[in-house]
Design a protein around this ligand. Sequence first.
Ligand SMILES: [Zn+2]
Length: 428
Amino acid sequence: MITYAYRYKIKPTAKEIKQFEQYLSICRSVYNFAHAERKAWLESRKCQVDRCSITSEYIIPAEQPFPNYNIQAKALTKAKKKLPHLKLVNAQCLQQVLRRLDKAWTDFFRMPSRGFPRFRNANRYRSFKFPQPNTVCLDVGRVNLPSIGWFRIRQSRPYPEWFVPKQLQIVRKASGYYLVIYFESPETVPDALPGKKSIGLDAGIESFIATPTQLIKSPKFLIHKARKLKLLQRRLKNKTKGSHNWLKLQNKIARLHEKVAHARRDWHFKLAYEITSQADNIFVEDINFKSWSKGLFCKQSLDSGIGGFINTVLPYVAWKQGKFYLKVDKNGTSQECCKCHTFTGKKELGQRIHICSNPSCRHTEPRDTCSAKVIQYRGEWAVGHIVQQDKLAQNACGGDATGIVQLTLFDLVGNQRGKNLPLNCASN
Ligand SMILES: [Zn+2]
């Protein structure tokens, strides 16, 4: 199954804008009501059975079940009879609202660090979804939405051929309204097999990423705009909160952020295509960027968007180009010599040059490119390239080369990491 999300800008008329806003407002009211219902149930179950809270108590009968998705969806159909304005919105669209809330709640209970779901104000509720579009919903330059009808879009690229539109979503952003179309195709694509040429990438501090041959610096997207942003935010202070001018300035700031995000994304894709065109196998470190961005590299890491690049953009582009993508063990990539693969000990952050401590090697190289080489080496191990090379060497000299293989393996195990390595290769 292949899924694509295509985004087009809508050029709405005043009437359409009014309709979109009405949709958003009704969806939001349903969301907030359903959220309040769930929250009240939860509060009412907080006290122990034999006592009441001193301050206040929610009165919900003990036998009443938790208002989950099914119960709330049923209640919604009943509510439509009493509240005719709910009928202005497509029925499935409203069900999606409840699904969205349900997801927010289950996500919270699965991972409390994500935070408890919140009530949404108009700024925090910006999209609605149609899960079942009409059979004929796409045309050149225009789209048909259930119960809204045809409206014009700016078709910046053609719809993908042989794909079926599965979901349509309207999103409001600072720069206007957008339509996101989720296309699906039942075809499956087999995973790419490892090719001959490899490249290792190291996420760096000085540079954005390092390849074995070069350091690629990131344009400082947000930092370049920081001055303008600061100016706008300073002006915001003098405005009355919620006033017309305040809103206008807020919009200006949001557009600036959007612009930065677009520039960054564009650069990421261009870089990813350049890297994937250089090699058949792409190896990266398996880093948890979330904890990374909280620590020392916070501002830089967030500005360059390194996590999004390595975890989302690069695998997607690699998949699209039919290239092999693999994450390898991240431990100690900067502590290993890229030439002789001995363990050289921990480096301080300020130490930017790698100097091998092995007296017979003494290899010197910039730290980041060296780590990239180590990552490439580990990746080649994992896909079995190194073993193949050793086998070739064995055949070439006609003798017993297992000693060499075992020695390399001993070094690697000695360095206390052999997770990704095919250890049985010594017997080959
Ligand atoms: Zn060395």
